[in-house]
Design a protein around this ligand. Structure first.
Ligand SMILES: [Zn+2]
Ligand SMILES: [Zn+2]
Length: 359
């Protein structure tokens, strides 16, 4: 070997050499492209099927789970380049999956091609949610009631259904479970795992159907020197909905939007808008429910009245035009109030949300 020519620092052999000056043989003796554990442990809750991965519970697709286990089991040389990993998984039984792994890549001047097998074992572990459900654990109770009347079946179904809709729109959380629910005198009770879920649901209901909520905290014990409390949220749905016509202070009003302290009302007889409190309206009488109002075609009209066909008896009738009639409306919304049809000023459809309409 002449002076100045590179040689392997271990055995003295000539090039090619790795960046740390080892010949191929010496380099391969000391290095591998990848290392892989023979087994990898996974955990699954036997009650609900959730997986425990990265220190938290959640539902994972099998492919996702296997990928995470492989990421955990397989280590690649830090100087590796152009690495390719191919896998094929083979189900052994309910609890065991064998992953065949092929890794190739380059470290310095040398090409590697390696094979591994890792068995992913799945063991049972009861998740926190199921542990709590089993122990009848709950943090919050929602009491759904009505102000001043009995809730109808369909209203209850609508209110209860809003919880499912809400859950579907939220990030899943292991505490978002229902421990128990059922009918009680005057309404429906739901006990659940999370206070924040109860509060979010209450807010959702007041935005959609108006009404008030009241929170009560009960101390149920102590943990680490702090009080452990349960939350009870009482939600009272008002006896009226958006679009209903109310008699209040001897005038007729449309319920047009919900606010925290009470609804916004629009007068029926002239352009006038007012806010009322929940308490103010406790004595208000619903004269026409939005769901019972009808939409009719204007068949003839003059400056103050319109002719239409009464949907109840198919006879031609006349109705006074609402104050906001623009002379060109081809349809009118009518409410049956006391003993006659009354044409109603335009308000936004309650289904379009809680925005104020008309005025
Ligand atoms: Zn060597
Ligand atoms: Zn579970």
């Amino acid at each position: 070997m002449s002076r100045g020519e590179a040689f392997c620092v271990a055995c003295g052999a000539g090039p090619p050499h790795s960046s740390d000056r080892l010949c191929e043989t010496c380099f391969r003796e000391r290095n591998s492209l990848s290392e892989c554990d023979e087994t990898s442990q996974a955990y699954r809750c036997p009650k609900c099927g959730m997986n425990f991965e990265s220190s938290r519970w959640g539902f994972l697709e099998t492919d996702d789970l296997l990928q995470r286990r492989l990421d955990d089991a397989l280590r690649i040389h830090e100087r590796a380049e152009a690495v390719g990993i191919a896998t094929h998984s083979e189900i052994i039984d309910e609890r065991n999956v064998r992953i065949h792994v092929q890794v190739d890549g380059q470290i310095d001047a040398f090409y590697f091609d390696e094979k591994h097998e890792v068995i992913v074992r799945t063991s049972n572990m009861i998740c926190t949610t199921c542990t709590r459900k089993d122990g009848n654990y709950y943090e919050a109770t929602m009491q759904i009631r009505s102000a001043g009347r009995k809730l109808e079946e369909e209203e209850l179904a609508e209110l209860r259904g809003s919880l499912d809709t809400l859950l579907a729109s939220m990030e899943p959380d292991p505490m978002f479970f229902i421990t128990k629910e059922g009918p009680v005198v005057g309404g429906w009770d739901v006990t659940m795992g999370s206070k924040s879920l109860a509060r979010t649901w209450a807010r959702h209901m007041t935005q959609k159907w108006g009404g008030q909520t009241k929170e009560t905290h009960t101390v149920v014990g102590q943990k680490d020197g702090l009080d452990v409390t349960r939350l009870t949220v009482l939600y009272r749905r008002p006896g009226y909905d958006l679009g209903d016509i109310l008699r209040w202070r001897n005038r007729l009003w449309t319920v047009s939007a919900w606010q925290k302290d009470g609804p916004i009302l629009l007068a029926l007889d002239r352009r006038e808008k007012t806010g009322a409190s929940w308490r103010d309206l406790e004595k208000a009488v619903v004269m026409s429910r939005f769901v019972e109002q009808v939409q009719v075609d204007v068949l003839n009209r003059d400056a103050s009245a319109a002719e239409f066909m009464d949907p109840r008896d198919y006879k031609m009738k006349t109705v006074r035009l609402p104050y906001d009639d623009d002379g060109s409306q081809v349809q009118l919304r009518l409410g049956w109030i006391t003993d006659e049809w009354v044409a109603l000023p335009r308000v936004r459809n309650p289904d379009e949300g809680s925005g104020a309409g008309g005025a």
